[in-house]
Design a protein around this ligand. Structure first.
Ligand code: S3P
Length: 432
């Protein structure tokens, strides 16, 4: 499917974005591991989260969909899952594969996990290594590096582990395996990655301690089902935010967006660049902060980013590159090699597609530099089947001359179903 975007004179209005993807995955997995029922509201019914839902159903968890964004999960307790009678297909969802592997390593049955072409190219050694240290019997293709993954569940033991790369998926995998293990499991991160798992574990009553970049969880600590209310996804909001900052004369409000500090890299960097963004009605629900985000057209200046902030902006780097094309001066992104291991190689993809649109962008092994501001022109772009690439290019199309066509745009449903309609409610003329 092709998405056609025309240059806009501006975005105006107030919108809500769908529920947070990371929190939706966790609500399903932790709700399943809890005792009693968990009611979830604000769930993201996107392809990735539905992969988690389908895998859990195959593992014997009863999940009722009350409506598209509300679920009732009947928890089976820590070790009450049942062996699936087929391969668990996570499709495009790295989060499902990595976190669920931790849960399955500590059950008492056999599981095989696989996914689509993109997923089967992504690195899995990062979870296999620590799970083996915990005593897991886990095997994978490519000398233990790529899916499919086979797991013969068995008793696990707690470990102390420092993750070589900051990754919330790896951290969450070890935390959930730690919940099933004997003794205590402690994880240290060099830089803090998103902490939704820690927050939800605490909210559901787990014995978990967080001190700066170190987390310890007590094996066997029980979870209690609860009502989980999920805020809108900041990563989805970020596309609208950058669009309103840079396309025409704009002023928009995005309601009820998650503003967890471990996800706020983009917002903080844009503020440093001169963005006119304000947060209102800040509150905390089920351990997660949320707010209303108001955005006005702005003039940005280039910055250099790298180091500890990268995990806090990791999913927003494609849209950040788009923003950088309109900033005055050079914007440099370093220490972001992880981008090469996402749904596609996002460094290569964003550089090639923005170059096609006329951007002055240089590719480095661990990032990129943009020398702005650049006048972009519409052209035919590839999403490489990557949802965040497709949406970032659509936003670039809002201020590029003429028409931008994004190929294979159906992948947007991986994280932001309804993107096209929401965008068109803010700027009818631009979405063809
Ligand atoms: C996610 C963690 C991030 C992020 C992904 C979702 C999660 O990956 O890129 O989209 O829900 O835990 P890493 O933490 O592995 O970099």
């Amino acid at each position: 499917m092709k998405l056609k975007i025309n240059k806009t004179s501006g975005l105006n209005g107030s919108v809500k974005v769908p529920g947070d993807k990371s929190i939706s995955h966790r609500s399903l997995m932790l709700g399943a591991m809890a005792e009693g029922k968990t009611r979830v509201t604000g769930f993201l019914p996107s392809a990735d989260c539905l992969s988690t839902l389908n895998c859990l159903s195959s593992l014997g968890v009863e999940i009722k969909r009350l409506n598209p964004i509300e679920l009732m999960i009947k928890g089976v307790g820590l070790k009450g899952f049942k062996e699936a009678c087929d391969v668990l297909n996570v499709e495009n969802s790295g989060t499902t594969m990595r976190i669920l592997s931790g849960v399955l390593a500590g059950q008492n049955f056999f599981s095989v996990l696989s996914g689509d072409d993109s997923l089967r190219k992504r690195p899995m050694k990062r979870i296999i290594e620590p799970l083996r240290l915990m005593g897991a019997d886990i095997w994978a293709r490519g000398k233990g590096t790529r899916a499919p993954i086979a797991i013969m569940g068995r008793p696990l033991k707690g470990i102390s582990y420092e993750t070589p790369i900051p990754s919330a998926q790896v951290k969450s995998c070890i935390l959930l395996a730690g919940l099933l293990a004997d003794g205590k499991t402690c994880i240290k991160e060099k830089a803090k990655s998103r902490d939704h798992t820690e927050r939800m574990l605490k909210f559901l009553g787990a014995d978990i301690e967080v001190k700066n970049n170190e987390i310890c969880i007590q094996g066997g600590s029980k979870l209690k089902g609860a009502e989980v209310r999920i805020p809108g996804d900041f990563s989805s909001a970020s596309f609208l935010l950058v669009a309103a900052l840079l396309a025409g004369d704009s002023e928009i409000t995005i309601e009820n967006v998650g503003v967890n500090p471990t996800r706020m890299g983009l917002l903080n960097i844009l503020l440093d660049m001169g963005a006119r963004v304000k947060l209102f009605n800040e509150k905390v629900l089920c351990g997660e902060p949320s707010a209303e985000i108001c955005v006005k057209s702005s003039i940005l200046k280039g910055v250099t980013i790298g180091g500890d902030i990268i995990p806090k902006i990791v999913d927003e780097l494609p849209i950040f590159a788009v923003a950088a094309t309109q900033a005055e001066g050079t914007t440099l992104v370093k220490d972001a090699k992880e981008l090469r291991f996402k749904e596609t190689d996002r460094i290569k993809a964003i550089c090639s597609e923005l170059k096609k649109m006329g951007a002055d962008i240089e590719e480095f092994e661990d990032g990129f530099a943009v020398h702005g501001p650049n006048k972009l022109k519409g052209c035919v772009c590839s999403s490489f089947g990557d949802h965040r690439m497709a949406m970032a290019l659509a936003v670039a199309g809002l201020f590029a001359e003429g028409t931008t066509i994004i190929e294979d745009s159906e992948c947007i449903d991986i994280s932001f179903p309804g993107f096209r309609d929401i965008l068109s409610s803010l700027t009818k003329e631009a979405v063809v």
